[in-house]
Design a protein around this ligand. Structure first.
Ligand code: 0T9
Length: 383
């Protein structure tokens, strides 16, 4: 492993041996310092909106077809941030901080050029297994994304395979009209490059975006042994028969981390998406009165652990991490003694999401139902 510091070689090899021999929750495993990221998983939902103008533009579409294309363009344009940004900012994929139950993250993208302000709210709704729920809303444009995610990991052929659990629902409410909902499913991940200590993500299998009289199927392919490029995808956008979709299929092909173009359908030959330009990171805001940050807000909670990781003071990092973990253990004990359970601040859990069921049926996706976290429309006091 070239990227592994000499002093951490044996601990990296034993870490790899452990993940190869067990499957389950990787997020709680202890990893060698060089692979640690100072960023908590509660910050990851921000990747959905680092091109806020594309998110806002969904509401400007005049027809079902235009809207489905705008949703697809926004979705494809989030993939670069979601799956390659740690490689860009930290040199490789790194192990994120494992959020505590009730951890919060609030942020926004300011209004600019009339696109309206977009707000982000994230809550860690489960610790064991880790589940993160989020809302992203541009109220002035009537565009809202609500979702949750968890992971199931396994090890195969030297790579970590991550099955994403969860889904997102995008709701678009045009100024004069009924809300239109889209179900978004999540791709499978393969984490390669582990042996060399420089992990990176490749996407596998597919995702669906179903709603607004259209179904988009996005197939992912990485670099093959003989052909193909990393981060390739092919998307087919099809009108749902008999639903007034009417139009023809659009077929799009390209690289999700750079550009793609239409290769079939009425716009064949034209460019589809381009994410080679700059993105816009979220502005973090405190959720308490006066913009203060509460104890459970991610940047405040992990402040000293993150400082330790960033500055190479791993003693500080591990001491502060132990404090947080002990505090969590004590809280769970106290709850058992008091016969109470932790109360979520912004979400309510439901076993079966009716929107998932209704839209999933259109493309016969499996499983036919999934649980969800319903947003209680409780925004923080500031912002
Ligand atoms: C939702 C995203 C997800 C979260 C991360 C698998 C992973 C945790 C989940 C799926 C976001 O929308 C997109 C991107 C990256 C995913 C992470 C990559 C990763 O490695 C971690 C897991 C838990 C590990 O930390 C594995 C060990 C590590 C040493 C490999 C770098």
């Amino acid at each position: 492993g070239e990227a592994v510091p000499a002093a951490q070689r044996s601990s990296w090899t034993s870490f790899l041996r452990t993940i190869a021999s067990f499957s389950g929750d990787l997020s709680s495993m202890t990893a060698p310092p060089f692979i640690l990221s100072p960023v908590s998983l509660t910050e990851f939902p921000a990747y959905w909106c680092e091109r806020p103008e594309l998110f806002a533009a969904i509401s400007d579409a005049a027809t079902d077809e235009e809207r489905a294309l705008a949703v697809l363009e926004w979705f494809i344009s989030t993939l670069k941030g979601q799956y390659t940004s740690r490689n860009e900012s930290m040199g490789s994929e790194k192990k994120p901080l494992n959020p505590v139950l009730g951890e919060l993250f609030y942020g926004q993208w300011p209004d600019r050029n009339g696109r309206g302000r977009t707000d982000l709210l994230v809550e860690q709704v489960s610790h064991h297994p880790p589940i993160t729920a989020y809302v992203i809303q541009n109220k002035s444009k009537g565009v809202k994304l609500v979702g949750h995610n968890a992971q199931k990991t396994s090890f195969s052929g030297g790579s970590i395979i991550v099955k994403q659990i969860g889904h997102a629902i995008l709701t678009v409410t045009p100024p004069s009209g009924k809300p239109i909902e889209y179900l978004i499913t999540l791709p499978r991940l393969r984490i390669d490059g582990l042996w060399y200590g420089s992990p990176y993500i490749e996407l596998a299998e597919n995702t669906y975006i179903i709603g607004g009289n259209y179904v988009a199927t996005i197939d992912y392919k990485g670099r093959g042994y003989f052909t193909g490029k990393s981060h390739s995808f092919k998307a087919i956008l099809t009108p749902v028969p008999g639903c007034g979709g009417g139009g023809k299929d659009h077929v799009i092909e390209g690289l999700w981390h750079t550009i793609s173009k239409f290769i079939g359908g009425p716009r064949s030959g034209r460019e589809f998406h381009d994410v080679t330009g700059p993105k816009e990171e979220v502005t973090v805001i405190g959720g308490e009165e006066g913009g203060e940050m509460g104890e459970f807000e991610s940047r405040k909670l992990w402040n000293l652990v993150a400082k330790g990781i960033r500055e190479g003071d791993f003693e500080l990092a591990s001491r502060e991490k132990t404090k947080i973990e002990n505090d969590q253990r004590q809280r769970r004990k106290d709850e058992i003694a008091a016969k109470t359970t932790w109360k979520l601040k912004h979400f309510e859990h439901i076993d079966n999401d009716p929107t998932y069921e209704r839209l999933g049926r259109i493309a016969k996706i499996s499983p036919p139902t999934e649980d969800a976290y319903v947003f209680q429309d409780t925004w923080p006091t500031s912002g």
